[in-house]
Design a protein around this ligand. Structure first.
Ligand code: NAD
Ligand code: DAU
Length: 348
């Protein structure tokens, strides 16, 4: 495979590149990333730019740029991680979420369609080069929020509540349309909350770890009883590989860890790991439109593709906390002036 990984300098993308090199070597990976505040090439500093890996700084909204990458590297597979990914930022500045997450995805779909169709000028042709595949990395947030009971399945209607999740749902819909109308061989994966190394410390777990390390207050939104289904990022990577290599074209696969936790439980777990007491917890004003609970039913990917998560939450959290403790330089590098200003706006 010649795999175009977009957003490969971000949290999950960089973990995916590491995972592929360790677990499925022999493919060429081309990492296209615009290097927004969330993209950090330091995540990949141990990977040599050899025949098996190349980095291209480009924006997925740039048609000519994407076409040049497909042509130069003879791209056969796309894993589209590139996105604006933080819900709180989407509440402050929604527009870039629409241009990157929706239009950027459509540009990639168009490029793949044109480059992979065996008769690109025939609008009725649904024939593609053998083996090509587009994988859209989506999120459980497109389904909206759950009450105390139930789980999201692949047939749950989309009901996104934030500008972020609405943009991701828009991308899912345009992917669906490219499959239905043009026959483009693609899959959509919808994963629950990830945690692990290289996650930008604006997200719950790394933010709380970092604040604990600094002895700063831990800002818990509302009553802290919102529930997320946590999955270690390397389990997300193995699921993506399973879908990329074994997924049935046109199918959606949910990915989850069977691991529901209330936010306050996570915060207490981190406090305990640092031997700190609960006086650091600071209950702050709730996120507008805050989804109460997410939970993934992963029966389909488990039964159809034989995937299941390998990490227990305890092991994943221990390793993650140890990783951040051992990477204080990485943290100080990503906490740039831009992030400091954002933090001040959010929590100041
Ligand atoms: P991230 O914010 O850490 O990384 C996003 C990457 O995309 C960054 O490297 C950034 O520079 C790049 N990028 C942003 N806009 C771009 C553009 N216009 N062109 C090219 N590159 C661009 O995000 P993440 O947490 O790694 O999430 C990756 C994907 O997985 C996203 O699509 C997200 O919706 C999805 N997802 C995330 C989670 C999670 O818990 N983090 C869970 C499910 C799904
Ligand atoms: O469910 C998958 C999604 O998970 C991904 O699609 C998103 O890209 C990813 O950012 C994540 O979204 P969440 O909004 O669930 O993640 P976040 O880490 O921002 O927040 C997790 C929970 O913690 C949520 O209920 C809000 C709460 N929270 C978050 C922050 C940053 C706090 O209480 N305090 C905080 O400071």
């Amino acid at each position: 495979m010649n795999i175009l990984v977009t957003g490969g300098a971000g949290f999950i993308g960089s973990n995916f590149i590491h995972w592929m090199r360790a677990n499925a070597p022999g493919h060429r990976i081309v990492n296209v990333d615009a290097l927004t505040y969330a993209g950090n090439l330091e995540n990949l500093s141990d990977i040599p730019a050899d025949g098996a890996y190349a980095f291209v700084r480009a924006d997925i909204r740039d048609r000519a740029g994407m076409d040049a990458v497909f042509a130069k590297y003879d791209i056969t597979h796309v894993v589209n991680f590139a996105a604006e990914s933080h819900v709180d930022r989407s509440i402050v500045d929604p527009e870039v979420f629409l241009t990157t997450n929706v239009i950027g995805t459509q540009v990639l779909l168009d490029t793949a369609k044109r480059r992979w169709k065996t008769a690109p000028d025939d609008k009725y042709s649904r024939a593609y080069r053998p083996g090509v595949r587009f994988l859209q990395v989506s999120t459980d947030e497109v389904y909206g929020a759950l009450g105390a009971e139930g789980k999201f399945s692949e047939t749950t209607p989309l009901s996104p509540n934030s500008p972020y999740s609405a943009a991701k749902a828009g991308a899912d819909m345009i992917c669906r349309a490219y499959h239905e109308t043009f026959g483009l061989p693609l899959n959509i994966t919808r994963c629950s909350n990830n945690y692990g190394p290289y996650q930008f410390p604006e997200k719950l777990i790394p933010l709380m770890i970092h604040n604990c390390m600094e002895g700063k207050p831990l800002p818990v939104y509302g009553d802290g009883m919102q529930v997320r289904d946590w999955l270690h990022v390397s389990d997300h990577c193995s699921a993506i590989y399973a879908v990329l290599t074994k997924g049935v074209p046109g199918e959606v696969y949910n990915i989850g860890g069977n691991n529901e936790r209330a936010n306050i439980e996570i915060v207490r777990r981190i406090l305990r790991a640092f031997g700190r007491d609960e006086s650091l917890i600071s209950f702050v004003r709730d996120r507008p439109g805050h989804d109460r609970r997410y939970a993934i039913d992963n029966a389909k990917i488990t039964a159809a593709l034989g995937w299941s998560p390998a990490y227990t939450f305890e092991r994943g959290m221990d390793e993650t906390i140890a990783w951040y403790r051992g990477h204080t330089e990485w943290i100080s590098h990503v906490l740039t002036g831009e992030y400091a200003a954002y933090y001040e706006r959010m929590y100041g």
